[in-house]
Design a protein around this ligand. Sequence first.
Ligand code: MCA
Ligand code: AMP
Length: 514
Amino acid sequence: MPISPPHSNLFAALQTGFPQDLHSVAVETDSGLCYSWQDLLDGSAMLANLLESLGLPSGARIAVQVEKSVEALMLYLATLRSGLVYLPLNTAYQSAEMAYFLEDAQPAVLVCSGVNFGWLSKLAFTAGTAYVFTLNEDRSGSLLERAAQFSREHRVAESGPDDLAAIIYTSGTTGRSKGAMLSHGNLLSNAQVLQKAWGWRAPEQGGDVLIHALPIFHVHGLFVAIHSALLSGSKMIWFSKFDARLALQHFARASVFMGVPTLYVRLLGESGLKREAVRNMRLFISGSAPLLSQTFSDWQARTGHTILERYGMSETIMLTSNPYFVQDGERKGGTVGPALPGVQVRVVGEGGEALATGEVGDIQVKGPGVFQGYWNMPEKTAEEFTVDGFFKTGDVGRVDDQGYVTIVGRSKDLIISGGYNVYPAEIEGYLNALPGVMESAVVGVPDVDFGEVGVAVVIAKSGVDLNPQAILAALKSKIANFKIPKRCELVDELPRNAMGKVQKNLLRARFAKA
Ligand code: MCA
Ligand code: AMP
């Protein structure tokens, strides 16, 4: 869908959805604070003026590793309205990971939590970052102190549809994270498609209320959830961290919920989850990881609602979605629905040949949400596209005769744990570097809560007596907590095929139930 000025800037376009009454509540937090739409405009304007006062070159990156807060949302909006590039980073990342992102992305500004200022500012200044600000959950820190001196008047930058709005790092099968570059046009076209597809109600139609319980440093919580709410002028009830009991208490006042499957599993564990508790809800959306058909049917039985499952990637934003409106078809459990308007999905065989309906192969996609490439990795980018411009998702699936996509696996060696992606190659790199470790393989095994969790399978160097718990503890200081395998198993050898490749399917089968 072509997007023409003056709304090529994503912020300007989102703002067109704000309600007429700018003093109504835009965000209500779990700590009882209420922010109006005017507050979002004022706060983001002041922060944008601060960013612009730094005299940064166009395309400068604003790296952000802070706890979830409405001020962090304002900072995201400020970056958009200044035409700068937002680079959100998971709060779980540790020093080795942060050093890599800062070196690779070369951000001009880093905003971090006060408690991390010491070590992070050192890393940032070494990487060439010029400014480091702090922003804490309680709204203290140098960022807001500085922004308070700036005006609430701000002119939104003129951005073209192809101008970069954000870089989202995704781990890679080689162990090196890649920054997916997303433009204003990528993000806006997807937001507009989802607004229609999921029937977001404008304020004058009664409006929607979204329970926002996801982190805001990944695509699901930052783009899918926030853009939908802002573009439709919908209020958000905002949880700094997901808590099933608390979320359940708020369903009576809300209409839309988005979650990764783990959130649905945890909600099903609440005895209070009954039809009465969700009587005002109109839509439950799931994505980021496979939703078990058991969860899908348990949810139907307990609440009378059919979860709408959709599929996307950091590199593409949302690609497919089960229908919201009855006239568009049924929501089929186990599928991620048909391609969204403007998106082409095809399934190909090993030689790249298109496969017939129902046949299983590699999923390739094309569409307005597909990214501009990996930051500083033109060759890697080229490898991931076919000659006719389709992006290779690394997911394996099939399409039925009604166009519904089912994901049956992945050709990429990836574990999705509680909605977070963990690349075994990265973890194996850290394991192999530990003293006494000769070799390792990390595999995903089923888990009731997280869907899938990692198991580290390790071979010790000759004569070394390794302790599995000590191995996991050694990883803890190095990498994000969610990447740490939940178990470590010592073995004498790894099963290999004739080509010498580790047969991870055999390891998965062996350690699935231990
Ligand atoms: C926390 N831990 C985890 C995870 N989260 N381990 C594996 N996988 C995880 N996802 C660790 C903790 O650090 C802790 O370790 C231990 O597991 C138990 O943590 P717990 O208290 O149960 O976790 P929590 O803090 O309640 O978090 C669970 C969570 C969270 C709420 C499910 O992981 C979460 O918010 N996930 C959503 C991720 C998401 O937004 N993904 C979207 C990506 P220890 O005991 O050692 O301290 S965007 C995307 O995928 C695409 C584009 C898409 O389609 O949306
Ligand atoms: P990310 O790198 O965080 O953008 O994760 C993208 C990956 O998440 C996709 O390539 C899929 O493997 C997976 N994914 C997202 N949504 C779903 C879903 N509904 N079902 C299964 N896998 C999904």
